[in-house]
Structure formats: C-alpha cells, structure tokens
Design a protein around this ligand. Structure first.
Ligand SMILES: [Fe+2]
Length: 317
C-alpha cells in the first residue's frame, strides 16, 4: 500500500487536468504537480474518494490531474449519463434539456479527443429524434436566453438553428443530423485558444486576433483525427470565410465554400449578434437580420442561405 504513495514521475503530456465534480474521480489514480520537484506526485490511488469536505474547505491541491486515458473514460461514462438524462427531459423540460446539452458539450470540449467527439453523434441523434416527433422542442430551447458567452452555449444554439434550417431546406434525415453535428462542433478549434482571449471584454489587439483567426484551422486538425464525416471538418474550417474573400483563414470565396459553410456563416453570425458576448449586449433579432441582409447585399453572405434561415425562424414548426 505504501508503495502506491511513492513519488511518481510521469511524462507531463500523458496527464490532463480534471475539472467538474472532483468526487467523481474515485475510480482513478489522481496526481498533483509539485512545482518544487517539477514532478507529478500521486495524490490518491484509484478506489480512494476525494473527501467532499476537504474540497469544500479548499484543502486539496488547486490542480489535480489524471491520465488522458482515464479522463477519456470518465468523459465517455458521463456522456452516457447525460444522454440518459436528456432522453428523460427532452419532451417535457426545455430549460433542463438545454442545460444538459450544454453540460455534455462542455465536458466533451474539455477533452476533444476523437472518441469523445464521435460520442456527440449519439447526443445529436436524441435531439433529432425528439425534434422530428415534436419540432416545438427545438423552438422552445431556442427561446431560452441565458447570459452565457461560452463556446458551448453558442454551439448548442447554433446546432438548434441548424436543425431548423435543415428542415426548412428539405435536407434528408442523414443530412439534417450531419448539419446539426456541424453546428455543435464548428467551433471545437476554440479549445486551443486561450480563455483570456475568448473571454476578453474588450477589442482584441492584433496578436490576440491572430489567435482567434487560427480556430477554424485548429478545428480542422482536431476533427481530422476523428472518424466523423469529412464535411464537418471542412465546414469548421470554412465557417468564417466570406463569399467575397473577406473572411478568414484562407480568404477563399464563394467558389471554394460548401453550401453548408455558406449556411453556417449566416447562422453563426445571427447567433453571435443576438446573444451575449463578453464585449457586447445582445442585438434585437430584427436588427440582427438587417445587419445580415446588409452582408448579403454587400456580397459577403449568401442570399439563398439567408432566405432559408429567415423562413426557418419565422415559419411555424
Ligand atoms: Fe467560429
């Protein structure tokens, strides 16, 4: 038993910081970093719980780590739990449903490993199943506004708009699910952009903006490691491009952009305008549509995509 508590030197890249409920990590070896020794040291072996009282008192190391494989295992188990919860509340409680979706996505984005991202397909299947049985489910969730500027809150909203768009555009069931998943994962590259830049309540300086510009490329790289449909990574790469070549990262124009990228550019812009951001308040939906219309007239955003999106917002489900 004593040997389990020996100093353990573990290569840093194999360990990842844990977040969320620390008491859930009972089944995993947990480490802390000793800055003096520059070593990871076993804090507790698997089978031993983290004392909730100590957590509340702040009497545990500030940062705890588990091996990447243990973290992936933990997230997979939690995703299954969230899916079960979602199934229960989807038809009856839009507020809770949206909260569960955000939690599931938050957790997945905390370890954007291929198998974790692939699992989100199951979450999306549940939402689509509920949506097709009763389109009000999505409409009700869209109407729940929260002062939340996180990537996960934005992506859940975008996913919900994507489903409405896909239905209005007459996509097949397969394409509708795919477009929903595109909405959920289009900003996964932001997991590689420092939080202080994403949450900056001010105009970014050029160096910081450089980092933002890199998120579509990061997303492409992350998604390329998964077995998910190739279209998801392409749209993640293209969603900030504009028809006239004024977007980023490649400044590619209408010829290169997939129709899904043109649609997502409209939806993403609308969501960003109508919701909280660290540097601005939400804009009224009619005003937001006016701004997007201007983008269409000036040749940056796609007219057909805009038309379908407006119809998806205004048509009864
Ligand atoms: Fe983005």
């Amino acid at each position: 038993m004593v040997s389990k508590y020996r100093l353990m030197e573990i290569r840093k890249e194999r360990l990842v910081e844990i977040s969320g409920n620390l008491e859930d990590y009972k089944d995993y070896d947990t480490y802390y970093l000793d800055p003096g020794l520059c070593k990871f040291i076993l804090y507790k072996p698997k089978g031993v719980g983290i004392d909730g009282f100590r957590v509340k008192q702040g009497k545990i190391p500030q940062r705890l780590y588990v091996s990447l494989s243990d973290r992936v295992n933990y997230v997979s188990r939690s995703q299954q739990r969230y899916n079960k919860e979602l199934k229960k509340v989807l038809k009856v409680n839009p507020v809770k449903s949206k909260r569960v979706l955000k939690k599931a996505l938050d957790l997945s984005l905390s370890v954007p490993e291929p198998q974790i991202l692939e699992h989100l397909g199951k979450t999306l299947d549940l939402v689509v199943e509920g949506y097709l049985a009763n389109p009000e489910i999505v409409k009700n969730m869209i109407q729940i506004a929260a002062k939340d500027a996180s990537t996960s809150a934005h992506s859940v909203n975008v996913m919900l708009y994507c489903l409405g768009y896909a239905r209005r555009a007459g996509f097949s069931l397969e394409d509708l699910k795919l477009f929903g998943l595109i909405g959920l994962l289009h900003d996964v590259g932001k997991t590689r952009v420092p939080d202080q830049i994403l949450k900056a309540p001010r105009k970014l300086n050029p160096e910081e903006f450089e980092q933002i510009i890199m998120h579509p490329g990061h997303g492409f790289e992350i998604l390329s490691q998964s077995k998910l449909n190739r279209k998801i990574r392409t749209v993640a790469f293209q969603h900030h491009e504009r028809l006239d070549g004024s977007g980023y990262p490649r400044k590619s124009g209408r010829k290169e952009m997939l129709s899904e990228s043109k649609a997502l550019a409209v939806i993403d812009t609308y969501e960003a305008l109508t919701n909280w951001r660290p540097y601005k308040y939400p804009i009224d939906p009619i005003k937001a549509l006016g701004i997007i219309k201007q983008g269409v007239l000036e040749g940056r955003l796609d007219e057909e995509a805009f038309r379908i999106f407006v119809q998806s917002l205004t048509s009864s489900p």
